[in-house]
Design a protein around this ligand. Structure first.
Ligand SMILES: [Zn+2]
Length: 148
């Protein structure tokens, strides 16, 4: 009798537990993006980045602690899943960096009334030569929404 072969299907939590993506990896992505695409944006306060809890809908956020004057970028723990393209993670970090540059969740002067006013984030990403991240994110988001 031939032996049947079945490839084991790992669950998302198994994949995440084996992931090499940790807060240090996020820090290296932030450094890469800031150095290469946001070098004109001065860092005027401490900025931290890390994974938060697993959220399917809230993919990233940035906040300023008014007391300590520190900025925190948080990404969904879902992004530890290495099946999610690195460009999607980079897009999310770059999005939060745009907020920082525009004076939202940063001590910088506010450039707009609202953080997403008139598509300012994608305009900023395009201006900085990051249209590839916009495209990669849109492609992933379409498939992701269909899988929800
Ligand atoms: Zn935003």
């Amino acid at each position: 009798m031939p032996k049947s072969y079945s490839r084991s299907q790992k669950s998302a939590s198994e994949i995440i537990s084996l992931s090499k993506r940790d807060d240090n990896w996020l820090l290296s992505r932030l450094d890469y993006l800031w150095t290469n695409f946001f070098s004109d944006v001065a860092q005027i306060n401490p900025v931290s980045i890390g994974f938060g809890r697993y959220s399917k809908l809230r993919l990233g956020s940035v906040r300023l602690d008014r007391t300590t004057k520190k900025t925190f970028i948080t990404l969904t723990g879902m992004f530890k899943d290495e099946r999610i393209p690195v460009e999607v993670v980079d897009q999310t970090i770059a999005h939060e960096l745009c907020h920082y540059a525009h004076g939202f969740s940063s001590p910088k002067p506010r450039l707009h009334k609202y953080p997403h006013y008139g598509g300012v984030i994608n305009k900023e990403l395009r201006k900085r030569g990051l249209v590839n991240l916009i495209k990669a994110y849109a492609k992933w988001l379409k498939e992701y929404r269909e899988s929800l």
